[in-house]
Design a protein around this ligand. Structure first.
Ligand code: FAD
Length: 575
């Protein structure tokens, strides 16, 4: 009851301190493993009727869930090693001081404070999930045990895993020890300091030109959106600001982008890829495609050409590794427990429930909707359309099937844009002549087998903030209506039946994607194959990102950072 009063009346905190210190309550407080005025192991009696929801992570998925949750009948505990939400799309801008780190983060307590729901936060890391006993084991750096870490256990009725992913090194030797990653706010701040370090080091007297060149060789590994955006930001930073401050070494600075595939930005439209590659060449960014990194030492990066197998090495001053995402150890351990081995992420069904686990949901980068099931569903859509069991469909039927698939699985549209998939569709329509003629019949088996060839490419929804945020708000909507649905367990007829859930399944809506390319130019690929590249898209990028920021405070800070940069340039102090 006291904890509750403390919760409701923060002014009682001083009284609580006096009470705990004078009455020896501090020990009991820590032994009962409580935080934020709420005992985790044994929730207050008052709340015993409330379902306990535990949310792991305060990233895009977790925060979007918390923001959308309205139903006060839950007792929500949020556990994350970071007590803030970070707007990751602006992280590359933090690496060069275009925006400040504090401008893109919002304390999670600020986000949930005005909600009429029992939500408490613990700054801790989940180290183990025990789905059988519905418990999660956590560890906090704030603690007092011998390792300097406090451990506690939290019980749940519903668990929401939104822990994101970690950088993927593909076990390449030397990467962890020698490369920078760009995943967290701290990574971006570290990169910002290292860039300045390199320029200061290269400006010291008594260095030969070769050594200066090495120090000012910046290598970016990975030609995905993050690697490309970082290379472009760095190029602008060096050419707009640092060249004025380091005139003696300015000509020695070089940026190299290594990409193992044939092209950069290969998830974008071909026009964007071509424009990006051409722009980088014009800007003097050394773009090496088909180049796989095999090892990184403290001063050199070793590559192997994919075609010729030739190996070479490149001395460097700083490497930023951005080759996609991998699984966090705690998720890997959980996957082993529930028999989901050999996967990159937790497999869920279309209702975001972890397969084989009761009351556990996974969203965002740590989850993947089980594609085998999607493929199975796609097959059954075809079979249903083939009413006369002839094994063929007319063009009209075929179009209907495609529309149905796209409505259920909008992610397929992304892959329809991918070259191989487009070839398949061309093969089945154009190659037979006039597609408008309804008499043309399409072979279902041919199409299905072609579709399964791209199964590996149709791995899943892209690991983006857009997907994570939509999943978070979808799940919160389900939780908002959970009780109503429990009163009426049959639900709408179309959602009943074996394996089905009482809510409509999750549907991703793609709003397009941006690729900032530097020099105030951005490529935008919007739904409906609409591509725009150049300065006007840069303004669209500014407006969209400013509007998507999580609060008016961060919005004001980011806009003022952008204005400051336009007027005074970027700050290059090494603090
Ligand atoms: P995250 O946002 O990574 O959140 C994970 C949360 O889990 C964090 O709060 C973390 O602290 C917490 N956590 C970690 N370990 C534990 C643990 N053991 N226990 C409890 N909590 C834990 N996407 C776009 O759509 N557009 C973009 O422009 C874009 N740009 C990007 C730029 C960069 C540099 C990066 C790195 C990513 C970008 N993304 C972009 C991708 C996007 O950020 C991710 O897809 C998104 O963050 C995934 O959301 P999430 O909630 O799954 O994970």
């Amino acid at each position: 009851r006291f904890s509750r009063a403390f919760h409701d009346h923060p002014s009682l905190s001083k009284l609580l301190i006096v009470f705990t210190v004078s009455g020896g309550g501090l020990v009991a407080y820590s032994e009962s493993k409580s935080y934020d005025g709420v005992n985790i192991a044994a929730p207050p009696e008052l709340d015993s009727k409330k379902k306990r929801v535990v949310v792991l992570g305060t990233g895009w998925a977790g925060t979007s869930f918390l923001k959308t949750l309205k139903n006060p009948s839950y007792d929500v505990k949020v556990i994350s090693p970071r007590n803030y939400f970070a707007f990751t799309p602006l992280l590359p801008s933090v690496t060069c001081g275009t925006v400040e780190a504090r401008s893109i983060v919002e304390p999670i307590r600020n986000i949930v404070r005005k909600k009429n729901i029992d939500i408490c936060f613990a700054e801790a890391e989940c180290i183990k999930i025990d789905a059988e006993n519905k418990k999660v084991y956590c560890q906090s750096n704030q603690g007092t045990n011998l390792n300097g870490k406090e451990e506690f256990v939290v019980e749940y009725d519903y668990l929401i895993i939104a822990m994101g992913a970690r950088a993927n090194t593909f076990n390449t030797p030397g990467v962890v020890e020698n490369c920078h990653f760009l995943k967290e706010v701290e990574d971006a701040q570290k990169i910002r300091r290292t860039v300045i370090d390199c320029f200061e080091r290269a400006s010291l007297p008594n260095l030969g030109d070769e050594e200066r060149k090495r120090i000012l060789q910046f290598v970016v590994v990975g030609g995905g959106p993050t690697g490309v955006e970082f290379a472009a930001e760095l190029h602008d930073y060096v050419n707009e600001d640092l060249v004025k401050l380091y005139p003696k070494v300015k000509d020695l600075a070089k940026i190299t982008l290594l990409e193992a595939g044939d092209h950069i930005l290969n998830m974008f439209d071909k026009r964007i890829t071509a424009f990006g590659e051409e722009k980088f060449r014009r800007d003097g960014i050394d773009l090496k495609t088909g180049s796989m990194v095999v090892k990184v030492s403290d001063k050199e990066i070793y590559t192997k050409e994919r075609g010729s197998g030739e190996t070479s090495s490149l001395p460097y001053g700083m490497v930023v590794w951005s080759t996609g995402i991998g699984t966090r150890p705690v998720i890997m351990d959980f996957m082993k427990q529930i028999g989901q081995t050999n996967r990159r992420a937790l497999a869920t069904d279309e209702w975001l429930r972890v397969e084989g686990c009761d009351s556990v949901y996974a969203l965002g980068d740590c989850a993947t909707i089980n594609q085998r099931k999607v493929m199975g569903d796609i097959s059954s859509i075809f079979n249903k359309a083939d009413k006369d069991n002839s094994g063929t469909l007319s063009v009209k039927e075929f179009q209907e099937v495609i529309d149905d698939i796209l409505e259920r699985y909008p992610q397929v549209e992304l892959y329809l844009k991918n070259k191989q998939m487009r070839d398949i569709v061309d093969l089945l329509t154009d190659s037979k002549g006039d597609v408008a003629k309804e008499s043309i019949e399409l072979n279902i088996e041919e199409f299905k087998s072609a579709l399964s060839q791209v199964d590996s490419q149709m791995k899943n929804l892209p690991a983006t903030a857009q997907v994570a945020a939509q999943q978070g708000s979808y799940l919160a909507d389900c939780f908002n209506r959970m009780e109503k649905c429990e009163e009426n367990p049959e639900g709408p007829l179309r959602f009943t039946g074996s394996g089905r859930h009482r809510f409509r399944p999750f549907r991703y809506k793609h709003f397009g994607q941006f690729a900032p390319l530097g020099g105030e130019q951005t490529a935008a690929q919007l739904p409906g194959d609409w591509v725009s590249i150049g300065h006007s898209s840069q303004w669209l990028w500014y407006s969209v990102y400013a509007s998507k920021l999580v609060s008016w405070r961060t919005r004001a800070l980011v806009v003022s950072d952008w204005s400051r940069r336009f007027i005074f340039g970027r700050d290059s102090s090494r603090i």
